[in-house]
Design a protein. Structure first.
Length: 178
């Protein structure tokens, strides 16, 4: 058990670094889900990303009840794969992010994303979750197919403004932002 005790809701707020990681996870593969009265963050990654899961766990350890555990999952091809999973406790500090980043059970890009997607750490976590290098190594992809055209445009604008990333092409909306 962690040093904060076991009373749900007794944790302090998130540090700046924890918030940066959380936003990157939400934009990527992280899942916020209502569990009882409050929301928790659920993290699950492939066995290849075990070290990444361990780092995420250590980043959120004040808010986690149990360490990551291995699970086995059968995919569409019926092949068993090993994955690593953990979840935070359900706490009021995560409720705000669920309200911001989810509508009608769907992950969304909030209108104030410019104020959340600001640091290299947030972008790095998002890339670790949903990014990959182009085969010609001249650029990278971020998988954003679940977002709307307007949300893609918001993300593209933020990447240009906050990170100076130029020549962004959105495959899902067939739009090039130079």
């Amino acid at each position: 058990m962690d040093t904060y005790g076991n009373t749900v809701g007794s944790r302090e707020g998130l540090s700046n670094q924890q918030e940066e990681i959380l936003v990157g996870k939400i934009l990527g593969d992280g899942c916020l889900e209502k569990n009882g009265l409050h929301v928790r963050l659920k993290i699950e990654q492939t066995d290849k990303q075990k070290e990444y899961v361990t780092w995420l766990y250590k980043s959120f350890v004040p808010f986690v009840g149990r360490s990551p555990k291995a699970i086995f999952h059968s995919g569409r091809d019926q092949k068993m794969t090993k994955r690593w999973r953990f979840a935070t406790l359900s706490l009021p500090i995560f409720d705000r992010y669920k309200l911001l980043f989810y509508r009608d059970g769907r992950k969304i890009i909030p209108s104030n994303i410019l104020s959340f997607l600001t640091t290299p750490l947030t972008l790095a976590v998002w890339y670790m979750d949903d990014g990959y290098l182009r085969t010609d190594k001249s650029g990278a992809y971020l998988c954003t197919s679940s977002f709307t055209l307007t949300e893609h445009q918001q993300l593209q604008s933020v990447l240009i403004k906050n990170y100076g990333i130029q020549n962004i092409f959105c495959i899902a909306c067939n739009t090039n932002f130079l």
